[in-house]
Design a protein around this ligand. Structure first.
Ligand code: ADP
Ligand code: MG
Length: 413
């Protein structure tokens, strides 16, 4: 075929743009801008080097970066890319502009309609959706080419070209999505490993220091108690009480640390997470009403998971407490428990101050706290406990809007 070189060039351009995007790493500052720029450039380059021209219609792989940009980049990037593509096709001129005008809108609109659900889909379903969209576009193109006003002649050679054209689009889209999902998974794994390493380093430190500090503290507290009983002076009594309170606070911090340091769950059993959620909510409700926060609880069937119920409660309490504290002016804290595939999911959603992406990335770093009274250990401990239960905690947050903590733990079978 005459345009094989251009076709390969199209594929190379697209693959290269994907590789460049992922080589920037997860922490790259301008990732959002690059996520539009790269598919945009790939699309324009593909359009500049079409692999076949029939009846004035130019054929290239532009729909692939466009669809990738929409499906993975979202509405804003999708609208921008679509506008640029149509604008550039107009600039290139020729009768093919009409083809673009008729064939793209239905596919782009369909992609937008599927966008909301795309994030929750499994990767296999995603491949199907992506390839399906690319195939649909190629098919519409074929129909317009044969039956449109320009009327490409129905010869055996042309039919063969369009069959290959449709097949090629589905295949190329599938391939690109596979590459993207694999690279994305790798990237997430890398972030996860870094986080785990951080936790491990900390737990070793905790194990060695916490224990040593705890013993003298206990001794001091004991003598304080004795002193308190002996002294009758009112103000001295008050001082000693203050000292004991502060010692208890230190003890609590150390307790949190030791939870981190012990990698194994001592008392592992099967239990119903929904029961624990109800229990923790009842414990936290007084604290919530004190801060004008209403807790909305939505639990369905029992959620049997394996682990230490006391530690699981600690995780819930930490996250629920954070949610309440994130709403200084009051509000509603939503807690939802449900089963999804083979996992128990507990969602804790607040309408509070929210966090920027940078702050979300820092969650679970020791002593990261925005509160004057905060220890910055709550989430660190929580991440660790959930990790020990083979689960994950996903955080999505919007500054000024609120935060969504999603705990996912595999069901006990
Ligand atoms: P602490 O609550 O003692 O500050 P945590 O580890 O529980 O420590 O939380 C660390 C920090 O993460 C908090 O200080 C806060 O800045 C942020 N954070 C946690 N949960 C939320 C939330 N639901 N909304 C907004 N910020 C939060
Ligand atoms: Mg906290």
């Amino acid at each position: 075929m005459a345009g094989t070189e251009q076709l390969l060039l199209n594929i190379l351009i697209i693959v290269l743009s994907i590789l460049i995007y992922f080589s920037l790493g997860p922490q790259y500052k301008y990732k959002k801008a690059v996520a539009v720029l790269l598919p945009g450039t790939a699309m324009l380059l593909c359009m500049t080097f079409p692999f076949n021209v029939l009846g004035g219609y130019k054929y290239d792989l532009r729909v692939i970066p466009l669809l990738l940009g929409i499906l993975y980049g979202g509405y804003a990037s999708g609208i921008l890319l679509s506008t640029v593509m149509i604008g550039y096709r107009y600039y290139l001129g020729g009768p093919g502009f009409i083809l673009t005008l008729y064939s793209f809108p239905p596919v782009i609109l369909l992609a937008f309609a599927l966008l909301r659900r795309f994030d929750q889909m499994q990767s296999k379903t995603r491949y199907l959706v992506g390839s399906g969209l690319a195939l649909l576009w190629a098919f519409i193109c074929t129909l317009i080419s044969f039956f449109g006003s320009k009327g490409v002649p129905v010869t055996q050679e042309n039919i063969l070209f369009y069959v290959a054209f449709c097949f090629l689009h589905a295949l190329a889209m599938w391939m690109c999505m596979y590459l993207m999902e694999t690279l994305r998974e790798n990237e997430q794994m890398k972030v996860e490993i870094q986080r785990t390493e951080k936790l491990n380093a900390l737990s070793h430190l905790a194990a060695s220091i916490a224990h040593e500090v705890r013993n003298p503290l206990t001794v001091v507290r004991g003598f304080m108690q004795l002193l308190k009983e002996k002294k009758t002076d009112e103000s001295e009594q008050r001082y000693i009480r203050l000292m004991i309170d502060e010692l208890d606070r230190a003890e609590e911090i150390i307790h949190n640390f030791l939870t981190l340091a012990k990698p194994q769950n001592e008392d592992v059993k099967c239990f119903d997470a929904a029961v624990e959620v109800r229990h923790v909510v009842s414990v936290a409700s007084a604290y919530a009403s004190l801060r004008n926060v209403e807790i909305q609880l939505d639990l369905g069937a029992p959620l049997m998971i394996k682990g230490n119920p006391a530690k699981f409660s600690q995780v819930l309490l930490n996250i629920i407490k954070n949610g309440i504290e994130a709403m200084p002016k009051g509000g509603t804290l939503q807690i939802i428990g449900l089963q999804e595939e083979n996992s128990a999911i507990i969602d804790v959603i607040d309408m509070g101050v929210g966090m920027t992406q940078q702050e979300v990335n820092r969650l679970g770093t020791p002593f990261f706290s925005s509160k004057s009274e905060g220890t910055g250990l709550g989430l660190l401990t929580s991440f660790r406990i959930v990790q020990m239960m083979n689960g994950t905690i996903k955080v999505t947050s919007k500054k000024g809007k609120g935060t969504h903590f999603s705990i996912r733990i595999p069901m006990a079978s």
